[in-house]
Design a binder for this molecule. Structure first.
Ligand SMILES: NC(=O)c1ccc[n+]([C@@H]2O[C@H](COP(=O)([O-])OP(=O)(O)OC[C@H]3O[C@@H](n4cnc5c(N)ncnc54)[C@H](O)[C@@H]3O)[C@@H](O)[C@H]2O)c1
Length: 366
């Protein structure tokens, strides 16, 4: 691992500079928290980010600014880009909480002992390529990444962000051998935020005061749980439907179509951003950093994330499907999943989502 352009590379000795500046406190002081070099013996929090592309760097940057880790290890297949990204962040050290940043193209060299490993590495779709082919290429990538992560950080939590996230979370679970509570996909945490943003703009309230969940697949078949949308504990579905221009005369079907328009707007908003700027980064960065805070600080908050959903909402016992459901998260990972009350239509859509995901997982032969 090449150290970031340090003064020792320029011939200066760090130990003698430090002892020239500081004197040790009196011996026999009974301070058990430091070793002889003055290094803290406290357990530090370490997060590894695999894939230093647009998404990985937005996540690393948000974790850094929020001071969520003592050490961040970055891994990417492109050494120059990786070192450039690391140096660029290190140069902000004077404005940020102190965080050690390391990087390497080799997982074993820098990720050892991580508390949390976030996987954003992914192959990009080649024009004309089928989704299944892209999936196969990403599975090959995960065959290199996941066992190496599991071997070097056997106690870590694994958080998968690469797409298709639900299927790759299943792949990560299979390849890591980790208990299912320690393998999580970022899932619809971001979709739910987009949903809450749209509703909040419409109702002129803060998005943090809108309770609304997208569940199921992170992608086209995601399910908006209209029956549980609330503001200040009050259901808002009727108010929302009444606010539609055709509400007075609208039939039930038209009302449902109007709601479906909102769900589609949530799904399409990712495509819109990609169409406009080429990729998405800021919202996924904040969304994942939010998950990191909940997990590492044992916040026990509820997030819609991709978890093993077998047995929930009628998903068959032999279908090992990962999809998003509201889950209680903490330092040990997934602490529980909310068994939501869904309408008949919502359950039908969720099962359809599960079927789509399972058909893909089943073809992987893992
Ligand atoms: N789950 C979500 O909500 C969500 C949101 C946005 C993006 N994504 C997904 O995140 C992934 C990354 O997106 P991006 O825009 O950052 O792409 P990107 O192409 O900018 O970054 C991917 C990075 O992975 C690296 N990489 C490739 N193979 C590697 C390997 N073997 N080891 C380490 N690094 C390797 C590449 O060099 C590249 O830097 C994509 O799969 C994207 O679809 C998910």
């Amino acid at each position: 691992m090449k150290k970031a352009c340090s003064l020792s590379e320029l011939g200066f000795d760090a130990d003698s500079a430090s002892s020239g500046l500081f004197r040790a406190v009196a011996a026999n002081g009974g301070d058990h928290h430091h070793d002889s070099s003055g290094t803290s013996m406290h357990r530090l929090t370490k997060v590894s980010v695999i894939g230093a592309g647009n998404v990985g760097m937005a996540i690393a940057q948000t974790i850094l600014t929020r001071g969520l880790a003592d050490e961040i290890a970055l891994v990417d297949a492109l050494p120059d880009k990786l070192r450039g990204e690391m140096l660029d962040l290190q140069h902000a050290a004077a404005f940020l909480p102190r965080t050690r940043l390391v990087s390497d193209t080799d997982i074993a060299a820098v990720t050892r002992g991580s508390d949390l490993a976030i996987v954003t590495a992914g192959a990009r779709q080649i024009p004309g390529e089928t989704r299944l082919n892209l999936l196969q290429r990403n599975v090959s990538l995960f065959r290199k990444i996941i066992p190496a992560l599991a071997q070097n950080s056997p106690e870590a939590l694994l958080l998968v962000v690469s797409n298709p996230v639900d299927i790759l979370t299943y792949v990560a679970w299979k390849l890591s051998g980790f208990p299912v509570s320690r393998v999580i996909g970022s899932g619809t945490n971001l979709d739910s935020s987009r949903f809450r943003f749209l509703l909040a703009e419409h109702l002129d309230v803060n998005a943090q005061d809108v309770q609304a969940y997208m569940v199921g697949e992170h992608g086209d078949s995601s399910v908006a749980v209209w029956s549980s949308v609330s503001v200040a504990g009050m259901p808002v579905l009727k108010t929302l439907q009444d606010s539609h221009t055709t509400s007075a005369s609208a039939s039930m079907i038209m009302k449902e179509e109007a709601l479906e328009g909102i769900r589609r707007a949530v799904v399409n908003s990712a495509y819109e951003v990609i169409g406009l700027k080429g990729y998405t980064s800021w919202a996924i960065g904040y969304s994942v950093a939010n998950l990191v805070a909940t997990l590492l600080r044992d916040q026990r908050r509820i997030h819609p994330v991709s978890v093993l959903a077998t047995g929930f909402h009628g998903i068959a016992d032999d279908h090992e499907v990962f999809l998003s459901l509201p889950a209680r998260l903490g330092r040990a990972g997934v602490l529980g999943v909310v068994d939501m009350e869904l309408t008949h239509e919502e359950t039908k859509r969720l099962r359809h989502s599960a079927k789509t995901i399972w058909e893909n997982c089943n073809q992987l032969g893992l």
